[in-house]
Design a binder for this molecule. Structure first.
Ligand code: AMP
Ligand code: MN
Length: 327
């Protein structure tokens, strides 16, 4: 399969009138920034646009110019000629929106995951993009949309969060070139950083304490994992969204090549996140063993089993995986 060219995507967007935009379940900074920037861009082109996600927006992203764009759910008799999925590698990632997407004539799939299944009528998949926000930036430029300060803040947020504040290996000269433009267009790095990373509730920091107390290691200390139980969320009055980024504490340890987090979801299933520090440890392959996916250095899956069983089976596979990768 070939990715559509950026001008083919721009033409498809120009052709559409009534748009539905969404990102993946449990939306993150990249997905929210990308969908909001694109929605504002389409509005500028006088299109009718609605954004609906499967799960709520975490409070640290509510500073973005979301007003008037988002709905909690798709209204019953709403009509859309075109639906755009942002940062969804496969239809399952659409969550509750999957059903609605089935009935829409034109689907545009904009993503940067290597495992994307090309489920759109138009597919714009660029694994070299550091964030889907970067792809939206390129699309808006191609469509000659004026990027206002609010849109610049959205795209900046996408890139900031998906590059780990410009530290991950997906950070390139192009990332910085785009960010230079975004700052010139009105994105404020200090305000955005504070809104995203320094607006924590006291409970979130208490949750961090609980989570860090579960930190465990493989005998050689190359694998580290943390466990987030439903009880920990309950005791600290926090929710799943508050756990974002906590896995990075495990990855930050010098000896660690692979970090894992096990999170008990309200559904009873367990969300497993993987992070790798080296290119040799492709955690996308690890997640794929459990029907998940992601990138070489960040991936995830959901396992329908108890926390205890999930940890046992995942850790067994990870240790085998590590052994194989030692030459
Ligand atoms: P997370 O651990 O949720 O922060 O996700 C890390 C990366 O893995 C992201 O790029 C996600 O898009 C991807 N990912 C997470 N969970 C899944 C899943 N269940 N299926 C496919 N990809 C996933
Ligand atoms: Mn992303």
């Amino acid at each position: 399969m070939r990715s559509n060219s950026i001008s083919e995507i721009a033409n498809a967007l120009r052709k559409g009138d009534d748009f539905l935009l969404t990102t993946h379940v449990h939306p993150d900074g990249d997905g929210i920034g990308a969908e909001t920037a694109l929605a504002l861009g389409l509005k500028q082109l006088k299109k009718t646009v609605m954004v609906v996600n499967s799960d709520p927006i975490p409070s640290n992203y509510c500073f973005l110019p979301l007003e008037g764009l988002f709905r909690d759910r798709v209204p019953k008799h709403a009509y859309f000629s075109c639906a755009v999925a942002l940062e969804c590698s496969e239809p399952e990632r659409l969550g509750k929106l999957q059903e609605t997407f089935r009935g829409i004539e034109t689907i545009i799939n904009i993503d940067h995951h290597p495992g994307n299944t090309w489920f759109g009528d138009y597919n714009y998949v660029r694994t070299e993009a550091c964030a889907v926000g970067e792809q939206v930036y390129d699309i808006l430029k191609t469509m000659k949309v004026r990027i206002d300060p609010g849109m610049a803040a959205c795209i900046y947020t996408s890139i900031l969060t998906d590059t780990g504040s410009f530290s991950y290996s997906n950070t390139t000269w192009r990332t910085h070139e785009i960010v230079e433009d975004l700052i010139k267009l009105g994105a404020n790095p200090t305000d955005i950083y504070q809104a995203v990373y320094e607006s924590n509730s006291p409970g979130k920091i208490q949750l961090l304490g609980e989570i860090l107390s579960t930190l465990s290691f493989s005998p050689d200390k190359r694998v580290a994992w943390v466990t987030m139980t439903r009880k920990a969320f309950k005791d600290t009055h926090t929710s799943y969204e508050d756990a974002e980024g906590m896995i990075n504490y495990a990855r930050s340890i010098k000896t660690v090549d692979i970090a894992i987090s096990f999170t008990e979801l309200n559904s009873g299933k367990v969300k497993v996140s993987f992070r790798s520090k080296t290119h040799e440890q492709d955690v996308n392959k690890l997640a794929a063993l459990f029907n998940g996916g992601g990138h070489t250095r960040a991936s995830g899956c959901v396992i329908d089993d108890t926390l205890e069983n999930t940890k046992k089976q995942v850790l067994e596979r990870v240790l085998l995986f590590m052994k194989k990768s030692v030459k």
